[in-house]
Ligand binder design. Structure first.
Ligand SMILES: *Cc1c(COP(=O)(O)O)cnc(C)c1O
Length: 502
């Protein structure tokens, strides 16, 4: 193990140095930041791949060796504790900046965004009242306006709330629909979503005391407008919120938004689009048409910690009309007393369900300005194009088989041909077990982080089978790097006996 490099001569950082103030940077933050950066570099070098080798037990042992006891009677001092903790986290990280880390909607953050997030931590504005965040509140207003305009270019009064991610955005979307139905006195709102909708839609309905969402039939992972029409007709005029998905988690499928919007409108139902994954396609002029119809939704969930390359958290709930958010408004005398608001202090409390709230907009603002719409659009295009290239490479490889059909946004499902042969000889469970085993071996050896998804196989009579999933969010990964990943899969599928069921 490498020891912490000695601090530059003469620099000693008191354990209780503060990050802020005029003297904050010189008083310790610069020195400590340099130590954290050294630890990041050392930890990443020690890992040497997309994730640590050895599996959960080995990772736990190495990590505990560096950062326990966790609450000693006498502290180790700021510099050592910082170096060891950051090094432990980096050494044992699943690093989405590695081209072989492609399991989830887990993006490599831009250095620009991470650096801005350090400033957010040092300044620590809290977004629940103006007197805690005078400038950050203005930055949030501008970010909200720009993102609202991106989703709703023609709406007279759009708005966007900053959230912790898709889960919170969907929760607030359902809450606003519930409150709208309550204000209209038309009975509880009924939620309808596709079978492939994200689990947070179910959870939100559960949390809000709404009837469980009705699951509308899908084909190829996309909601069928005719099935939605039948489901809405069966509600007998009860208020309804249709939740469409633009980019499903398993397949990247985009629901047919214009058709769903038309069907919803014909029944007087409202449309919400969960575009947590797909929303940033709007940055690209070439790809934005994939989301045609999204502007007909009353609200849109949109994550920037997936496509958007922000560190978690960076979520957005765009609203077609700012008035929809008034249900969130709230008075708390210590944060937004009426006379303060009348005297001109902006009231921030009604923009979130949270009270204390991180200024996640700082990193978003730096990114939007730094890269611009075209720069962000090019990054999204790179991911979408690379997914198509990966698809073609798999199609040309006799050892692998891609799930037939279109590639959803940047998600590629495939499995080793050996799994198909095994399924034929020994049954579906054996084929699926090989797929699962290949994924776990790659994880255990620290070679690759691939996802898994169960989805229909048109080549097997529509049977639901297990697939390996590559979700491409890396804005610079190359087809050559991904070919290396495919080679690993092929070799493991050939060599590894199946030891455990899927
Ligand atoms: C990721 C995702 C969510 C959940 O978002 P978080 O940011 O993880 O809370 C919801 N819906 C879809 C379609 C997603 O891809």
């Amino acid at each position: 193990m490498t020891a912490r490099p000695p601090a530059p001569a003469g620099t000693r950082v008191p354990d209780t140095a503060l990050a802020g103030g005029v003297g904050g940077v010189a008083g310790g933050l610069r020195t400590l930041t340099a130590i954290a950066l050294d630890a990041l570099a050392d930890g990443a070098a020690e890992r040497g791949g997309p994730l640590p080798a050895g599996g959960p037990q080995a990772v736990a042992e190495r990590t505990r060796a560096l950062c326990t006891p966790m609450l000693p009677r006498r502290g180790t001092g700021a510099a050592d504790a910082l170096y060891d903790t950051v090094r432990a986290a980096a050494q044992g990280a699943a690093d989405p900046a590695d081209p072989h880390c492609v399991a989830h909607l887990h993006c490599p953050p831009l250095a620009l965004a991470a650096a801005a997030d350090l400033a957010a931590s040092a300044l620590n504005p809290s977004m629940d009242s103006w007197d805690q965040a005078p400038a950050a509140a203005v930055i949030e207003e501008e970010v909200s306006a720009a993102l609202a305009r991106l989703v709703y270019p023609a709406a007279p009064r759009p708005d966007a709330l900053i959230t912790s991610g898709g889960t919170e955005s969907n929760l607030v979307a359902l809450l606003l629909a519930r409150e709208r139905a309550r204000a209209a006195g038309t009975g509880p709102v009924r939620v309808l979503c596709g079978r492939a909708a994200h689990h947070s839609v179910q959870r939100a309905a559960w949390l809000l005391g709404l009837p469980a969402p009705a699951a509308v039939e899908c084909r190829d992972g996309r909601m069928l407008p005719a099935a939605l029409d039948r489901a809405l007709a069966g509600l007998g005029g009860a208020p309804a919120l249709v939740v469409a998905t633009a980019g499903t988690t398993d397949e990247g499928a985009v629901d047919p938004l214009p058709e769903l919007a038309r069907v919803a409108a014909s029944h007087g139902a409202e449309l919400h689009v969960d575009a947590a994954y797909g929303g940033p396609l709007l940055f690209s002029d070439r790809l934005a048409p994939m989301l045609a119809g999204i502007e007909q939704a009353v609200s849109v969930t949109f994550d920037l910690h997936k496509f958007g390359w922000q560190p978690v958290a960076a979520g957005v709930l765009a609203l077609a009309d700012a008035g929809r958010a008034t249900a969130l408004s709230l008075r708390a005398d210590y944060l937004n007393a009426d006379d303060d608001t009348e005297a001109g202090l902006p009231d921030l409390l009604g923009r979130s369900l949270r009270t204390s709230r991180r200024p996640d907009v700082l990193k978003i603002a730096a990114t939007l300005r730094g890269l611009g719409r075209d720069g962000l659009g090019r990054l999204v295009e790179h991911c979408v194009d690379t997914a198509r290239e990966l698809g073609r490479t798999i199609d040309a490889d006799a050892h692998l088989r891609r799930r037939p059909g279109e590639i959803g946004i940047s998600t590629v499902l495939f499995r080793p041909a050996a799994a198909d042969r095994l399924a034929e000889r020994q049954g579906e469970a054996a084929g699926d077990a090989l797929v699962a085993e290949v994924r776990r071996r790659l994880l255990a050896d620290g070679l690759a982080v691939l996802g898994r998804a169960r989805a229909a196989d048109p080549d097997a009579g529509g049977r639901r089978r297990l697939w390996l999933k590559a979700t491409l969010l890396h804005p610079r990964t190359t087809a050559g790097e991904l070919a290396g990943l495919l080679k690993l899969v092929t070799e493991l599928a050939r060599d590894r006996p199946v030891t455990t069921p899927a």
